[in-house]
Ligand binder design. Structure first.
Ligand SMILES: C[S@@+](CC[C@H](N)C(=O)[O-])C[C@H]1O[C@@H](n2cnc3c(N)ncnc32)[C@H](O)[C@@H]1O
Length: 249
């Protein structure tokens, strides 16, 4: 295991056991809008299928995936996260999901194993060439990979990241447009959907009656901005990336 992968494992074992990222929860309150699109896409491509969850953490999305998939295999480098998710699966009586400690850059699966690969906030922790190549290898021809990842172009968001180093690993790299462009080397189709620019202004109102309406209005404004001014998309906080493996085998 390389030093970088060891650092990721140690950081996440500590972060998940001590809850060091809790301070960022208030910002994630606005994700309800993007997560609702994400979950619709996962349901569309994952229902009845064999699914790999890539970098599953303690299973925040795993049980939604398992409720639709025929079979879920979820991997993560953090043994603490894998033990937590396995315990949760037992408590919830989920029998079609397994959680395995594994390095996402060197997957221990045969070629063409999965119909869908999904990851939330994982590929920006990885060597993208290794990761894209492994995802392509384990996907069946025509299979899809869906990622929900933070972007690294917004000056204000990057300023917040610099001011809160304890909330991130030293090797993570919120994605740049060039990182998404790189996926075209491996996948026949690469599409993107951008979320959260103006919606960040709703965060201070998250515990008030104004929140729901304000978030809906700002989400609609974000959609209009990203449609009318495509150069603004890269300043979004998060992006849903959909990758398709070609059908040629
Ligand atoms: C920001 S967390 C996201 C966790 C989870 N997907 C979620 O929705 O909260 C990043 C995850 O990537 C995992 N990770 C980092 N490097 C990895 C690697 N090389 N192989 C597998 N998992 C890795 C970490 O252990 C951590 O669980």
């Amino acid at each position: 295991m390389s030093d970088r992968i060891k650092r990721e494992k140690e950081y996440h074992n500590k972060a998940f056991s001590e809850g060091v990222r809790k301070a960022a929860d208030k910002y994630y309150s606005i994700h309800v809008t993007s997560l609702s699109s994400l979950y619709k896409t996962l349901e569309k491509y994952g229902s009845g299928k064999k699914v790999l969850e890539y970098g599953c953490g303690p299973g925040y999305n795993s049980f939604f995936l398992a409720s639709h998939a025929r079979e879920l295999v979820a991997i993560d480098i953090s043994d603490y996260a894998i033990a937590t998710a396995t315990q949760k699966a037992k408590e919830l009586n989920v029998s079609n999901a397994v959680f395995v400690e594994m390095n996402a850059e060197e997957l221990d699966f045969p070629d063409a194993t999965f119909d869908l690969v999904f990851g939330n906030s994982i590929i920006h922790h990885l060597d993208l060439d290794k990761s894209y190549s492994e995802i392509k290898r384990v996907l069946k021809p025509g299979g899809k990979a869906i990622f929900y990842e933070p972007l690294g172009h917004n000056y204000f968001i990057n300023h917040y990241r610099k001011a809160t180093p304890e909330m991130r690993t030293e090797d993570e790299h919120p994605l740049l447009m060039a990182d998404i462009e790189l996926a075209k080397k491996y996948f026949s189709e690469v599409s993107t959907d951008f979320y959260h620019l103006g919606t960040l202004a709703a965060v201070p109102f998250r515990n008030t009656f104004l929140f729901k309406g304000l978030l809906a209005m700002l989400s609609a404004t974000d959609r209009a901005i990203f449609t009318l001014f495509p150069f603004m998309r890269k300043y979004a906080w998060f992006c849903i990336i959909e990758l398709t493996r070609d059908n040629q085998g």
